[in-house]
Design a protein around this ligand. Structure first.
Ligand SMILES: Cc1cc2nc3c(=O)[nH]c(=O)nc-3n(C[C@H](O)[C@H](O)[C@H](O)COP(=O)(O)OP(=O)(O)OC[C@H]3O[C@@H](n4cnc5c(N)ncnc54)[C@H](O)[C@@H]3O)c2cc1C
Length: 502
């Protein structure tokens, strides 16, 4: 009998699993695909307050999210780092005084110790104005943070597992039976169905919260989700520098242009209604046109379809507050807690990557009676795996690794430190020559890293490694990607036990 069963291995599910396991609870999390294989790897990857939510008077959400920026930055300074955003003032869009007011609030609502405040920019003199059209003379630079979203999920899951949670991927919950004091969950894994029992259930199935509810509640319950697709395009790097841009569109929306994976610029996002009938979320021609046109309004050199190297799309599982436009539906999380009709169940709607930790804490506090735990905020001061170094200590970490493994290219050590932080030293602990790294697959990927990801981060396939635990797929040609697949094929069935991980 588990204390808590969680359905969904996106950021919200793993966040709750980690918080609960850290309190000594017996936790089971089931994810039917890979960790972060849906919305939680398809975000804009910002740990941010959400400047534009101020316009919709979402002050609570913005304050909560702004406060979380530095908490998360301190917990995982390898996969989260500060980023400056350039917001040009443009004629016909929001006036400069309004932007200044918004940014003043943004700087002060949540408090900052590490991140610098807003500055005005003369875009005709500042180098950050160079790639922009010359009508844009003034602007502002403000701070938020970047996060490797899918890695945040796998590291949070790993921390949960290190604290005793059982994390099962490729494990779908196919049936739910609600008793008076516990749940029966039927879980299908590799064609075999087993039954597990738990006292309390959390439905963190993201865009599938409603279908999971329908597994036990056959009444004609009203759907509570508003499903809104958002897409991004990845183009060859459009400008030099490590800053991002936030552009205002004539439809009142905004888009971001962000440096991505060294060689690229990430541009997004969109807000499109989405239904299950569409199947896997994919970018449409209209969204491509929209993003190219919106970015071309600002960059000197237009963004065209031919520039696109990769795209991705995700579905926001928002709480349906009956807003007219998809862009204005609340981005804050909403809980539906039902402990009247049998064993307790908490369903999660909406939320941001940024607020996942406070969402998890609030979930535990909501369930504290049912789970018989107190609601202290233990995760606020706790590092994620590999994150136990100072946010300004990244470069010296890479220097240390270069001193210890001088035969490994610095760019590889830099990438490893970004992905694994202080765990890099554990991955490379027994490495005394390049041969110890095992087979080389290109783009700096060696067998030793694959084995670590299988052993410690629940990776099971080449896709898990190349597109979620890392984005090495972007830097590898087809042959190199195929070699990773072939390596997995050689290992046989996806079982850690089959791999010699010693
Ligand atoms: C385009 C876009 C941009 C965004 N940008 C940002 C941003 O910059 N910053 C930010 O903070 N937030 C951002 N967000 C919001 C954030 O990404 C989401 O709120 C968050 O990822 C939702 O996580 P989740 O765990 O609820 O859902 P998911 O990540 O979708 O996880 C739910 C999981 O449940 C699993 N599941 C479903 N049914 C079952 C079942 N029966 N059995 C087992 N498993 C099941 C699914 O496979 C899925 O993996 C963005 C979202 C989108 C779409």
């Amino acid at each position: 009998m588990y204390d808590l069963a969680i359905i969904g291995g996106g950021i919200n599910g793993v966040g709750i699993a980690r918080d609960a396991a850290g309190r000594g609870l017996k936790v089971l999390l089931v994810e039917r695909d890979d960790l972060a294989s849906h919305t939680s790897s398809a975000s804009t990857k910002l740990v941010h307050g959400g400047l534009r939510y101020l316009e919709h008077y979402e002050f609570n959400l913005v304050r909560k999210a702004l406060k979380e920026r530095e908490v998360l930055l301190r917990a995982a300074p390898h996969i989260i780092w500060p980023m400056r955003f350039v917001l040009p003032v443009d004629e016909g869009m929001r006036p400069a005084w309004l932007l200044r007011l918004g940014l003043f609030l943004y700087d002060h609502l949540g408090g900052r110790d590490i991140l610098p405040g807003t500055r005005s920019l003369d875009l005709l003199r500042d180098r950050r104005g160079d790639p922009l059209q010359k009508r844009l003379r003034k602007g502002f630079a403000y701070s938020d943070c970047w996060v490797e979203d899918a890695r945040l999920v796998s590291l949070t899951a790993r921390d949960a597992a290190d604290r005793g949670a059982e994390i099962r991927t490729r494990a779908e919950c196919v049936a739910l039976d609600r008793g008076t004091d516990h749940w029966n969950l039927q879980i299908r894994e590799q064609g075999v169905t087993t039954t597990e029992q738990a006292k309390v259930l959390v439905n963190a199935a993201g865009p599938w919260v409603d279908p999971v509810t329908a597994l036990y509640d056959r009444s004609n319950h009203a759907a509570k989700l508003r499903l809104v697709k958002g897409s991004h395009i990845v183009v060859k790097r459009k400008y030099q520098g490590d800053h991002s841009y936030i552009f205002q569109n004539s439809d009142g929306r905004i888009i971001f242009a962000i440096p991505y994976e060294d060689d690229y610029t990430l541009i997004g996002t969109t807000d499109q209604p989405w239904t299950y009938a569409e199947g896997e979320a994919k970018i449409s021609d209209d969204e491509i046109d929209y993003l190219c046109a919106a970015a071309s309004e600002y960059f000197l050199k237009p963004v065209t379809r031919e520039d696109i190297q990769w795209t991705y799309s995700g579905v926001r599982p928002l709480f349906d507050d009956h807003s007219r436009s998809a862009a204005t539906v609340t981005r804050d999380f909403v809980f539906d807690y039902d402990n009247d009709n049998g064993a307790p169940v908490l369903s999660i709607f909406g939320g941001k990557i940024t607020t996942y930790r406070v969402l998890a804490l609030q979930a535990i506090r909501t369930l504290s009676d049912a789970l018989d735990v107190d609601g202290d905020d233990w995760t606020k001061e706790a590092h994620l795996p590999g994150g136990d170094f100072r946010p300004d200590g990244f470069d010296s970490l890479v220097d240390q690794y270069e001193d210890r493994w001088p035969f490994i290219d610095r760019s590889i050590l830099h990438r490893l430190a970004r992905a694994y932080g202080t765990d890099t030293a554990n991955i490379l602990a027994d490495v005394t020559s390049l041969t110890d790294l095992g087979q080389s697959f290109g783009a700096g990927l060696y067998e030793i890293e694959i084995r670590w990801l299988i052993d410690r981060e629940f990776a099971c396939t080449a896709e898990d490694i190349l597109w979620r635990r890392s984005k090495l797929g972007l830097h590898m040609n087809e042959g190199e990607q195929r070699a990773v697949e072939q390596w997995f094929e050689r290992q046989g069935p996806l079982s850690k036990a089959n791999l010699d991980l010693s």
